[in-house]
Design a binder for this molecule. Structure first.
Ligand code: ZN
Length: 296
């Protein structure tokens, strides 16, 4: 288990052991802290025939089936975009009747906030009157998008985020390169998101980005140089720009009022990026022109 989730997992496993786990859990937390893994491990714990507190045996038949991804009483619903009503109906059908392995039945719904309204309504009855030994484990990073009728039938569990130090320590274990503390702040307390970003070896790195801004300010690069290259990564650039601005406020050589304006503009531009027909080069050039003038 991830070190920042160990305590939460132990607490739940204690309740699993004393058969006091609520049959419907809504597991919440930001993207990149390990909700999916946490939920899968909880499912394995519920299914294992010889569990010991928070440990699964790893050797029983349910554990072997879990590991091969073929446990007949473990069902997963997820979708890239939207969880449709048919997916939910099909999952509920699998939960009816007794468990094939004579243990628990578990349904995991990842990113439950992507359920449509009819999907959520289709799930209500099962949430209210689950079949015996059935557990529904829902995860979300957008609890505000979950219908109140669903929320009220689940027990809420908010997973804790790690500190920045813990995030860096953990990422350093898995990533060979240097982990910049400022860059890590950008993915504050979301270690898996940070690791994914680092391992991606992005076409535009944060180091290149901040260096580009410094070169722009000192006149070594032009607005058009940067905007042309960066327009392909505009969403990332806008996010990074807001972060970069916040980090510059203690600099005496820069105009703090202008920094504030740049930040505000970057936030506003981020909001309109979803609109079709936005001229990325133009909006980026306008923003970078402000950055170019930020030196006192
Ligand atoms: Zn086992």
């Amino acid at each position: 288990m991830y070190p920042w989730l160990t305590d939460s997992f132990k607490q739940l496993s204690f309740r699993v052991g004393s058969k006091k786990l609520h049959h419907a859990m809504l597991i919440q937390g930001p993207t990149g802290i390990g909700k999916a893994y946490f939920t899968q491990k909880l499912a394995q714990l519920l299914l294992c025939a010889n569990r010991q507190q928070d440990k699964v045996c790893g050797a029983c038949q349910p554990c072997s089936l879990y590991k091969s991804g073929t446990h007949p009483d473990l069902h997963l619903v997820e979708s890239e975009k939207q969880i449709g009503v048919d997916q939910i109906r099909e999952a509920i059908k699998k939960l009816t009747g007794s468990a094939q392995m004579s243990g628990a039945k578990v349904l995991i719904i990842q990113q439950a906030d992507t359920m449509t309204e009819s999907s959520a309504n289709a799930l209500l009855k099962t949430l209210e009157e689950p079949t015996q030994h059935t557990y529904l484990l829902l995860t979300t990073d957008k609890p505000q998008k979950i219908l109140p009728t669903i929320k009220s039938r689940c027990e809420k569990l908010v997973l804790p985020s790690p500190s920045l130090d813990m995030t860096i320590n953990w990422v350093t274990r898995y990533y060979d390169g240097y982990v910049d503390r400022n860059f890590a702040k950008l993915y504050a307390n979301r270690p898996l998101a940070l690791l994914a970003e680092l391992e991606q070896e992005p076409a535009l790195s944060f180091a290149d980005f901040s260096q580009g801004l410094e070169q722009l300010i000192s006149g070594q690069k032009t607005v058009l140089n940067l905007a042309t290259v960066w327009q392909e990564h505009i969403e990332k650039v806008l996010k990074w720009l807001q972060f970069w601005v916040r980090e510059q406020f203690n600099r005496v050589d820069l105009n703090a009022d202008l920094l504030l304006i740049i930040n505000e503009k970057a936030v506003n531009v981020s909001k309109v990026m979803q609109n079709p027909g936005v001229n990325k080069l133009l909006v980026l050039a306008e923003l970078l022109t402000q950055v170019q003038n930020v030196k006192k």
